[in-house]
Design a protein around this ligand. Structure first.
Ligand SMILES: C=CC1=C(C)c2cc3[nH]c(cc4nc(cc5[nH]c(cc1n2)c(C)c5CCC(=O)O)C(CCC(=O)O)=C4C)c(C)c3C=C
Ligand SMILES: [Fe+2]
Length: 413
């Protein structure tokens, strides 16, 4: 491998939160965390370089849709078990969902009744991830197996949460680099839910499409910022410990699993876009153009939090979002952010309902999201420009072994 290729590979590895990474990055990052992306030479399919052929395995130590780069299209859907449905119905549902998810992620029809919507497409990096909310354990009589990590998130002073779009017994995250493939997976799973579960809320998101930019740079959000730079990398020594539940915990069925915090965060774009570029950059503490810290360098340069400007004030302001949320400022609290942007239309007053479907992954939300959000809630310069509108927390079990369905170790232990 030439030096240049080596450098670009390392940079690509740093873009785990970005859509649009190449097959090289997908394979390398996935491999580090127990996943591989299949393509070229895999059964004589199309070339690895095409978006359609990238495939993420359904089985493995961890579920898919956590360490892979966030896809161009995402659907987040919470279901509630139907009245009267309990553990038996939940077992049957997870069996059906797993039986459908495995072929779909391989780019194959989900049984003979497949609608054919994704018929001409490859897997397109489709991932389907399943999680359980705290209420699932009450509904199924499994309270003794509810992890302490699922204790309700604290109420934050800036929360403006809609209960109808929060919580849920079950959660499905669908991501794909093609909108038809993503829709097809979502619709198939919704049909498979049958009478056992009903949709509680659904959120649809997007990211940059693979190949849209030649820059191997982290993706931008709808405020225009490069978002995801500080994410832990699968190649970091402590990555697995921060993101995945280690063996030997109080709930063995969660080994290899992770906890997903989901927040629908509206961006108050009319107010944000009125700010001058300099002020927007001060809110985050990074340059808008290339994501570099205000103390200089490139996107991957460490911010110098102690550096003072000519006015003797910190170059990265005390209330800058990236300063306040950094692990070093929060006793090491670390999470893997894997968001989708959303746009749900423009209100009668011309205000866009747009923002971030913030999804973050950690081995324990009490040591990841919670302390960081507590701090942001107290004095983040970004707060006047965002609004947390819904919230949910899910236990996402490890990936299924051969012959298993997702959640079997919880439901049948
Ligand atoms: C509680 C966790 C966080 C919420 C909620 C959150 C919302 C949020 N963030 C941005 C934009 C950016 N965030 C950035 C960094 C960053 N944010 C969090 C946590 C939350 N953000 C962390 C842990 C970090 C990394 C800090 C670090 O390691 O230094 C950045 C800077 C670039 C980057 O590192 O990603 C941006 C930009 C928005 C717009 C938003 C809500 C809508
Ligand atoms: Fe952030």
């Amino acid at each position: 491998m030439s030096d240049n290729l080596e450098i670009s590979r390392r940079r690509l590895l740093g873009t785990v939160g970005a859509a649009g990474a190449t097959g090289l990055a997908l394979g390398a990052a996935g491999g580090a965390a127990g996943h591989a992306v299949l393509g070229d030479g895999d059964g004589g399919g199309p070339a690895l370089a095409t978006v359609g052929s990238a495939r993420v395995p359904f089985r493995g130590a961890h579920q898919a849709g956590i360490v892979q780069p966030a896809q161009a299209r995402g659907h987040l859907v919470a279901f509630d078990l139907a009245p009267g449905a309990g553990r038996k119905e939940a077992v049957a549902l997870m069996r059906r969902w797993s039986a459908a998810a495995e072929p779909l992620m391989a780019g194959e029809p989900a049984g003979s009744a497949d609608s054919g919507v994704a018929g001409d497409a490859g897997p397109c990096s489709l991932t389907i991830t399943f999680g359980f909310g705290a209420s699932f354990f009450d509904r199924t009589g499994l309270v003794a197996r509810r992890p302490q990590q699922l204790e309700p998130l604290p109420v934050f002073s800036s929360d403006q949460l809609d209960p109808k779009r929060s919580g849920g017994d079950l959660w499905v995250q669908v991501g794909a680099d093609d909108a038809l493939v993503a829709f097809h997976a979502l619709r198939t799973l919704q049909r498979e839910a049958g009478a056992a579960a009903r949709v509680r809320w659904q959120m649809n998101g997007f990211n940059r499409s693979p190949g849209a930019t030649a820059h191997p740079r982290t993706a931008r959000n709808l405020m225009g910022q490069i978002d995801g730079t500080g994410n832990p990398k699968p190649t970091d020594p402590g990555f697995d410990g921060h993101v995945f539940v280690a063996p030997g915990g109080a709930q063995p069925w969660m080994t290899g699993g992770s906890y997903a915090v989901v927040r629908r965060i509206r961006m108050l774009l009319d107010d944000w876009e009125k700010l001058r570029l300099k002020d927007q950059e001060a809110v985050i503490g990074r340059r808008k153009s290339d994501g570099a810290p205000l103390t200089g360098g490139t996107e991957t340069t460490e911010p110098d939090l102690d550096k003072l400007g000519p006015d003797d004030r910190p170059v990265i302001p005390a209330d800058a979002h990236a300063r306040i949320s950094a692990p070093e400022q929060n006793g090491g609290a670390t999470m893997l952010r894997r968001p989708f942007s959303y746009h749900d239309g423009i209100g009668p007053d011309g205000t866009p309902d747009a923002g971030l479907l913030f999804v973050c992954w950690q081995a324990d939300p009490r040591k990841g999201f919670v302390p960081v959000q507590r701090k942001l809630d107290r004095g983040d310069a970004l707060s006047p420009f965002i609004r947390h509108e819904s919230s949910a927390l899910f236990a996402v079990p490890g990936g299924p072994a051969d012959g298993e369905y997702v959640g079997q170790r919880l439901l049948e232990a």
